[in-house]
Write a protein that binds this ligand. Sequence first.
Ligand SMILES: N[C@@H](CCC(=O)N[C@@H](CS)C(=O)NCC(=O)O)C(=O)O
Length: 216
Amino acid sequence: MITLYDLPISSYGCKIRVLMTHKKINWRSVTPPDGYGSPAYCKIVPAGTIPAIDHNGFLLADSEAIAEYLDEIIVSPPMLPDDPQDRARVREISRFHDTRLEPLLRAFFSHVSPNSRDNDFVKDNSALLQKRLHQLDRIANPAPLLFRNQLTIADCGFVASFALISTLRDILDLDLGVPERLQAYERVLATHPSVAAESTAYYNALATWAATKLAG
Ligand SMILES: N[C@@H](CCC(=O)N[C@@H](CS)C(=O)NCC(=O)O)C(=O)O
């Protein structure tokens, strides 16, 4: 049994939940004691970030490191392609997601509440996000998933990110066009048997979180 330090609203947590669902891994989700970043949680996970796993006493943080570890110890179904170049491309896209795209979505969080919204920031961040989506459209060639029909590590991060894009676009009235090929990919991804339930749960967690922010 794997313990996952996680919260329903965590986008990187969602990435690992999708991966574990696909690999049929038994896990239990645990809320980080006193919240992530707290001294109590940092005693367990020095980085203080979620997600993190405890696998029989082996503690590991960072979603990408966790994803690759789980893919190596639970080899079926494989979530990286066999061919080195295909595998490298999947890793490139996954890192592009984690380091170039997702941080821009996260940057909107403190602007969801109208009380703390900076419209200039929202506009500039939205323009940067648009640029990243066009870059992704050039890097990735979904057919229909990022690597043919094989659900890979790179797909897992986009489940939460697509939900964030659509939720934040509505709330902040973002002038954002998701390229058509990525829209088609989003539809296939969200209905994949290993993804659908987590995608719905993540949309629901986001809606609850956003409602609280908008009320405050
Ligand atoms: N690169 C890390 C980022 C994880 C991350 O930033 N998680 C957020 C919550 S979704 C967090 O723990 N933030 C607390 C902090 O940065 O101290 C990963 O992929 O796991």
